[in-house]
Design a protein around this ligand. Structure first.
Ligand code: UGA
Length: 448
C-alpha cells in the first residue's frame, strides 16, 4: 500500500519503518527540514534499538523515503498516518495546533479518496475535529474528495518501540466504516499473523495479535485510559512503598506478593522516584482535564499525579535526612533519561531532583550513559561528567535516578574510595542493600 506518515518523532518514525518493513511503500514527512536531511543521510535523531538498521534496509530497498513536503506525501499516498505531537498546555489540555495544521494541509492537498489514521494521542472527539478541518480546507464544488478518518492508537514504549511496533499486544481500530476496517486489517495482516521476515527467529514473536474494532471515541479513550492505568499502578505502588517505610515493611516483598495474584500482575509494580517521560505526565493530565470538562472529576487521576510529584521530593527529603544542610555538599546523580534505554529527558525525575539540589546550594555532578546534553529544563549549574565514578568523586551523596544496566555492575569498592561520605539514595531500588550496608554505606532506597 502507499502510505504517508506525517511526523517523524518516536511514533511516526518507528511506525513508518515498521510499515515499510512489512512491504508497504512509505513516505515519512516532517516539516523540520534539518531532521529530514539527517534521516536521509542515514542518521537517526532518537536513540532506539534496531531503528538505524531497519531504516538503512528499507531506504535501500526503496520502501522508505523521507520528505519535508507533506503535501507531496499526501498526494502520493492512499493512507495517511497522523503522528504529530500533542504537547500539554499549562492547563493540562493537549495542544492540538500541530494536528490542526496537518488536517488543513490534508484538505489543501487531497487529490483522491484517502484513509486518514490518527496515531497521535488525541483527546476525545479529535477525529471529528480533523474531519471538519479537512472539509473546510478542500476547494469546494466538484473538487471535494471523499475520505475516511479512523483512530489507530499506538502503544509503543520508548526504548522498546521497535519491538512493540512489530510485536504489539493488540491493534485498536476506531472506525465505523467497513471499508476502513477492511483496509486496516489488510494493512496489518502481516503483524496480526506475525508473518514477516523480521519476526523469524525473533523471541518476541506472538501467535496472533488481537484486533479490537470500536468507535473512534472509545479507541481514543483506550489509549488514554491504558496510560493512566499504568501510571496509577506505579503511583499506587509508590504510596504503598511510603507506607512500608513508616511501618517497617519491605516493598520488594510486598509487590512480589501482590504480583503473584494474576489479577494484579507483576509488571509496572516497581516502586521508585516516580514516572516521567513524554507520555504518562501529558496523558494523565489530559484525561483529567477532559474528565473535568465533561463534568466528571477524575479524583483518582488527580491523586495519581499528586503522589508522583511528591515522590520526586521524597528523594530530596531523604537527602536532607542524611546530610542535614545541603548547601555546599557535593552530590553525584546517576541517570538523566526518564527511564533506561532512551535519551529522552522530557518530564524526567532527574531534572526536578537536580534543580532542587542546586537550589539548595549543592554542587551537583550528573552522569548518564546516553544523554550528553543538558535537558531543556535543567539548571545549567549542574556539571555533566563522563563516568559514574567522576560523578561521585569527593561526593557527600550518590543518588541513583535511572536504572541503566551499567549501574547494576558498579564497582562499589572504587566508589567507597572516591566518596567523601558514604551516602547512597537508590531511587530505583536496584542495589543490594545488605551488601552496601556491610561495606559501610549509609544506604536508603524507596520503601524498604
Ligand atoms: C508509555 C506506555 O508504557 C506505552 O504503552 C505508550 O505507548 C507510551 O507511554 C505512549 O503513550 O507513547 P513510555 O512513556 O515510553 O511508554 O515509558 P514506560 O516504560 O511506560 O515508563 C513510564 C514511566 O514509568 C518511566 O518513568 C518509568 O521509569 C516509570 N515506571 C515504569 C516505574 O516507575 N515503575 C514501573 O514499574 C514501570
Amino acid at each position: 500500500m502507499k502510505i504517508c506518515v506525517i511526523g517523524t518523532g518516536y511514533v511516526g518514525l518507528v511506525s513508518g519503518v515498521c510499515l515499510a518493513e512489512i512491504g508497504n511503500r512509505v513516505i515519512c514527512v516532517d516539516k523540520d527540514k534539518d531532521k529530514i536531511k539527517l534521516l536521509k543521510s542515514g542518521k537517526v535523531p532518537i536513540f532506539e534499538e534496531g531503528l538505524v538498521e531497519l531504516i538503512k534496509k528499507n531506504t535501500e530497498s526503496g520502501n522508505l523515503v523521507f520528505h519535508s513536503d507533506a503535501g507531496y506525501g499526501i498526494k502520493e499516498s492512499d493512507i495517511i498516518f497522523i503522528c504529530v505531537g500533542t504537547p500539554p498546555l499549562p492547563s493540562g489540555k493537549p495542544d492540538l495546533s500541530a494536528i490542526d495544521d496537518v488536517a488543513k494541509l490534508i484538505g489543501q492537498s487531497i487529490n483522491g479518496y484517502k484513509i486518514i489514521l490518527n496515531k497521535s494521542t488525541v483527546p476525545i472527539g479529535t477525529a471529528k475535529r480533523i474531519k471538519k478541518i479537512i472539509k473546510e480546507n478542500q476547494n469546494g464544488g466538484n473538487k471535494n474528495y471523499d475520505f475516511d478518518i479512523a483512530s489507530n492508537p499506538e502503544f509503543l514504549k520508548e526504548g522498546e518501540a521497535v519491538k512493540d511496533a512489530f510485536f504489539p499486544e493488540r491493534i485498536v481500530i476506531g472506525s465505523e466504516s467497513k471499508k476502513v476496517i477492511e483496509v486496516m486489517k489488510e494493512l496489518y495482516k502481516p503483524i496480526i499473523n506475525q508473518d514477516f521476515d523480521y519476526a523469524l527467529n525473533n523471541t518476541h514473536r506472538r501467535n496472533r495479535v488481537p484486533v479490537l474494532v470500536t468507535d473512534s471515541t472509545s479507541s481514543e479513550l483506550i489509549k488514554y485510559a491504558s496510560n493512566a492505568f499504568l501510571a496509577t499502578k506505579i503511583s499506587f505502588v509508590n504510596e504503598i512503598a511510603n507506607i512500608c517505610e513508616r511501618v517497617g515493611a519491605n516493598i520488594l516483598d510486598v509487590t512480589y506478593g501482590m504480583g503473584l495474584d494474576s489479577r494484579i500482575g507483576s509488571r509496572f509494580m516497581k516502586a521508585g522516584i516516580g514516572w516521567g517521560g513524554s507520555c504518562f505526565p501529558k496523558d494523565v493530565r489530559a484525561l483529567s482535564y477532559t474528565a473535568e470538562e465533561y463534568g466528571s472529576p477524575a479524583n483518582i487521576l488527580n491523586a495519581v499525579i499528586q503522589v508522583n510529584n511528591h515522590q520526586r521530593f521524597k528523594v530530596i527529603q531523604k537527602a536532607v535526612n542524611m546530610l542535614g544542610i545541603i548547601d555546599d555538599k557535593i552530590i553525584g546523580v546517576l541517570g538523566l533519561s526518564f527511564k533506561p534505554n532512551t535519551d529522552d529527558t522530557r518530564e524526567a525525575p532527574s531534572v526536578t531532583v537536580v534543580n532542587k539540589f542546586l537550589e539548595l546550594g549543592a554542587e551537583v555532578r550528573v552522569y548518564d550513559p546516553v544523554v550528553r546534553e543538558y535537558p531543556e529544563d535543567m539548571d545549567r549549574g549542574a556539571v555533566m561528567v563522563s563516568s559514574p565514578y567522576k560523578a561521585v568523586e569527593k561526593a557527600d551523596l550518590m543518588v541513583l535516578v535511572t536504572e541503566w544496566d551499567e549501574f547494576y555492575n558498579l564497582d562499589f569498592e572504587k566508589i567507597k574510595s572516591l566518596m567523601a561520605s558514604l551516602n547512597i539514595i537508590d531511587g530505583r531500588n536496584i542495589f543490594d542493600k545488605e551488601k552496601l550496608q556491610k561495606m559501610g554505606f549509609n544506604y536508603t532506597a524507596i520503601g524498604y
